[in-house]
Design a binder for this molecule. Structure first.
Ligand SMILES: Cc1cc2nc3c(=O)[nH]c(=O)nc-3n(C[C@H](O)[C@H](O)[C@H](O)COP(=O)(O)OP(=O)(O)OC[C@H]3O[C@@H](n4cnc5c(N)ncnc54)[C@H](O)[C@@H]3O)c2cc1C
Length: 421
């Protein structure tokens, strides 16, 4: 069994790692000169910035990877107990993530809080229901629009009114094991004392994890070698690159949907057409320097025009990265984002941050992701038409869960199915 892996972001690297651990033969190709994909840690103006994910949760899967790669000494923990804020009506308000915060927050009126308690009496998701419709029906308008919707949809850059339950939040709730009532599920976890895994990163940033994975398997991974096509050949497939052809029995594709479509066109043009339907939203990360000293993990800004950013992460506070704040700008929060220059985006984000925090801020850099996050919008009905040929496997955000822990779990599952578990 020889497996080919296309892409060496966290999905591709975890797939290679898992295959190698199980002594399967593997060959992987990465288009860029560096491994890691969206996970990238850089130095900017003396600050360690994360171009993609800002932090991790130390789930059991990540913890065992950290130990296998001997990275425990590099691990750094964030301050979990700091509040997360929502910018609502011109002020920062605490997002109720604990019982104490739920009682004390001024984000929701006393009547709005009472309305949340009625959630167990409401019915399950209905066919065709949007995330916004579902949350409003279950928790009332205030909780749905002021924090639950933005909390879920914020990073994807999609308005909750455009997200269908069945293809987005519904799937996340199912995989978390939420059967009927989300409120009862949360209370049960609180009573059981089940804790959310701690926030962590590494001394030199999250890129430490992907670099270590690459270094452990460098002999199997060709960097700076984009796959140009996947072609059927005999019982398996040929992976075409500018440097030659590699024959494999099975292929794990980890690239975003549009790239996967181009690569798989020679295998199945209908599959390629389906893949081209999935929308992604671009996102710009704007890095700011500020001496703002309020404690917090960050602030979400619900869509609706109050500020032209979708949120900010306060790296300075909960990760102790002095003076560093990261703002997110996407077309949902700032429609002119795609055509704006980096300088304009820096200015827009700095002004929004100043408005939100009351502290001055200076932009030190901008990084754009396009494609950025899967939109999980109405285009996800394409999932219903997605059928993969034998020997082709998708280990990607668009079919599985986004996020580093989810990607690692998905790689393990796919390797298990390839090796016939
Ligand atoms: C802005 C942002 C913030 C995020 N924040 C968090 C967070 O805080 N916590 C968290 O857990 N998750 C976060 N995520 C999600 C997480 O980063 C992603 O789910 C994950 O990194 C995706 O990894 P991947 O390997 O599936 O895809 P990618 O990282 O996109 O990897 C795909 C790889 O394929 C390569 N490639 C492309 N074309 C070819 C080709 N033709 N041949 C060979 N290789 C090719 C690419 O260069 C890339 O390296 C965030 C994502 C974004 C965009």
């Amino acid at each position: 069994m020889r497996v080919g892996v296309v892409g060496a972001g966290i999905s591709g690297l975890s797939t290679v790692h898992e295959l190698a651990a199980r002594e399967a033969e593997v060959v992987a190709f990465e288009a860029r000169e560096e491994p890691g994909g969206i996970v990238r840690s850089w130095r900017m103006n003396g600050h360690l910035v994360e171009l993609g994910p800002q932090r991790l949760r130390l789930t059991p899967g990540i913890e065992s990877l950290v130990d296998e790669l001997d990275l425990r000494e590099e691990l750094r923990f964030g301050d979990d107990d700091q509040p997360l804020y929502i910018y609502h009506d011109g002020q920062l308000r605490v997002v109720p993530l604990s019982v104490r915060e739920a009682i004390t927050t001024d984000l929701i009126s006393p009547l709005g809080k009472l309305r949340i308690l009625a959630e167990p009496l409401t019915g399950p998701a209905r066919e065709g229901e949007t995330v916004d419709d579902f949350l409003v029906r279950r928790f009332g308008k205030q909780a749905a629009r002021r924090y639950m919707g933005p909390l879920y949809s914020g990073l994807y850059g999609t308005d909750p009114r455009e997200m269908l339950m069945e293809y987005s939040l519904g799937r996340a709730l199912d995989s978390a094991g939420v059967d009927r009532s989300l409120l009862v599920w949360v209370l049960r976890r609180l009573i059981d004392g089940r804790e959310t895994p701690p926030i962590c990163t590494f001394e030199e940033g999250l890129g430490t994890l992907t670099t270590a994975l690459y270094e452990a398997h460098a002999d199997a991974i060709s960097l700076d070698t984009p796959v140009t096509a996947i072609e059927p050949a005999g019982e398996g497939y040929d992976l075409q690159t500018d440097t030659g052809t590699e024959h494999v029995d099975e292929v794990v594709v980890t690239t975003p949907a549009a790239t996967s479509a181009d690569l798989l066109d020679p295998v199945d043009s209908d599959l390629a057409a389906t893949l081209r339907r999935f929308n992604y939203n671009p996102i710009a990360m704007v890095f700011l320097e500020s001496d703002y000293d309020r404690e917090g993990i960050g602030a979400l800004v619900p869509s609706g025009g109050e500020l032209p950013i979708s949120g900010s992460t306060w790296n300075a506070s909960f990760l102790h990265r002095e003076g560093l704040f990261t703002c997110y700008v996407d077309p949902n929060s700032y429609p002119a984002m795609p055509e704006s220059t980096d300088e304009e985006l820096g200015q827009v984000a700095a002004e929004a941050f100043e408005e939100l925090s009351g502290a001055s801020a200076t932009p030190i850099g901008v990084h754009r992701w396009d494609p950025g996050m899967p939109a999980y919008d109405g285009s996800w009905t394409a999932m219903d038409d997605l059928s993969t040929p034998d020997g082709i496997h998708f280990c990607t955000n668009f079919v599985g869960r986004a996020g580093i822990p989810g990607r690692i779990r998905s790689a393990k599952g796919i390797v298990g199915s390839i090796l016939g578990d």
